[in-house]
Ligand binder design. Structure first.
Ligand code: FAD
Length: 340
């Protein structure tokens, strides 16, 4: 396809940006520093919908669960799935909240190593051809061989100093999942993939110095590990206490402790606890139940005084939000990007 740029104008403003026809409106807007609201970036959440006033777009993934028949009737489209076919005028509700700290870019990453974390989570390291700075807790989109669309994976490492050419991802193998299985089985070390990032709003708020609670479930390990590493590495966050709670189904799912133990202040300011929902017949000396129940029993109303980050499957996210609401926690102090 010949690359061609189209001009996208934001209705009711004097703002516009150029979007190439191999890019999508949402990501191109963010590359141009326009605060386009979004969350998942993979067609599921629907937060990046815009109204098409003039022009034409193509949907990369017409079956995306976040795009309904009613949306089509009302000329509403998903920013993360729409490529421009002509110059367009669109209506969005920009919010400074979404202004990118680091403008996302497209780079090439080479798989340089992989290692098991649990029986179904592996860590994959990519070295990048070009720098990609990001905040702890953010994610990137991977274009994987033989997989249509891109997959979102959170970085588990942090950028230290000028070193911004490595991304580590901790990925859970989903039975029959095309993206995760491409990483586990198709990709070999030395292979290159396209990586686009960083994205995400659930990044470490460095200006807030209250105690931190990180809740991770299943595949939500990586962004929470990145946040803990970010706190430990930041001299300005010295003195901040961080509790890390991991929730798994069974004892063999529990992970993350060794990564936290490697950080300064483990056992003093940094604490790890885990809960499993079903210990089955396995030996388990820890908590039994869900991770939101563990958080509630450990902190109760003290949750109101904490900065809270969480990542994991949608059901876990919903249970956490419900519990936090019941304790009167303000949503300004809660940060998450729902995994889909
Ligand atoms: C913000 C965010 C961060 C995430 N971080 C992690 C992480 O750190 N570790 C981890 O293990 N998982 C993470 N995930 C989940 C991950 O992105 C995948 O959903 C998961 O690996 C399953 O993908 P799959 O391809 O194996 O499964 P599949 O069932 O093949 O694919 C499911 C996912 O792919 C999307 N999809 C399917 N078809 C298309 C298409 N044609 N075009 C575009 N999208 C399509 C779906 O919306 C869904 O998200 C994250 C998800 C999000 C949204």
């Amino acid at each position: 396809m010949n690359n061609q740029n189209h001009r996208i104008t934001l209705a009711g403003t004097d703002q516009f940006f150029e979007c190439a026809n191999d890019d999508v409106l949402l990501r191109s807007a963010l590359r141009n520093n326009i605060a386009f609201p979004y969350e998942c970036n993979v067609g599921a959440c629907g937060n990046c919908k815009f109204e098409l006033i003039e022009g034409a777009v193509d949907a990369r993934w017409p079956e995306a669960p976040g795009w309904t028949a009613k949306d089509r009737e009302r000329r509403r489209h998903l920013g993360c799935q729409s490529t421009p076919r002509a110059d367009c005028t669109i209506r969005i509700r920009p919010s400074q909240h979404y202004a990118p700290i680091h403008r996302p870019k497209r780079v090439t990453g080479t798989l340089t190593s992989r290692r098991p974390v649990t029986h179904d989570i592996w860590e994959f390291r990519f070295e990048l051809a070009d720098d990609m700075r990001f905040e702890p807790g953010q994610y990137a989109l991977l274009t994987l061989p033989g997989v249509s669309g891109q997959r979102a994976y959170s970085m588990s490492n942090i950028v230290q100093g000028s070193h911004a050419k490595v991304l580590d991802f901790q990925v859970r193998r989903v039975p029959n999942g095309r993206g995760s299985n491409a990483l586990f089985h198709t990709l070999a070390t030395g292979d290159e993939v396209g990586i686009d990032g960083p994205y995400g709003m659930a990044y470490l708020r460095r200006d807030v110095k209250r105690d931190i609670l990180c809740l991770a479930g299943g595949s939500g390990l990586a962004p929470m590990i990145s946040i803990a590493r970010g706190v430990a590495a930041d001299p300005e966050m010295r003195g901040v206490r961080l509790n890390f709670l991991y929730g798994g189904r069974s004892p063999r799912d529990v992970c993350g402790r060794d990564m936290l133990e490697a950080l300064e202040n483990f056992g003093e300011l940094l604490h790890f606890d885990a809960a499993v929902s079903d210990a089955g017949g396995e030996q388990w000396g820890g908590h039994t139940g869900f991770v939101h129940e563990l958080a509630e029993s450990m902190f109760g109303d003290r949750l109101r005084d904490m900065e809270i980050y969480f990542a994991g499957p949608p059901a876990m996210g919903q249970a956490i939000q419900k519990m936090l609401l019941a304790h009167g926690v303000s949503f300004g102090q809660v940060h998450f990007d729902q995994f889909y």
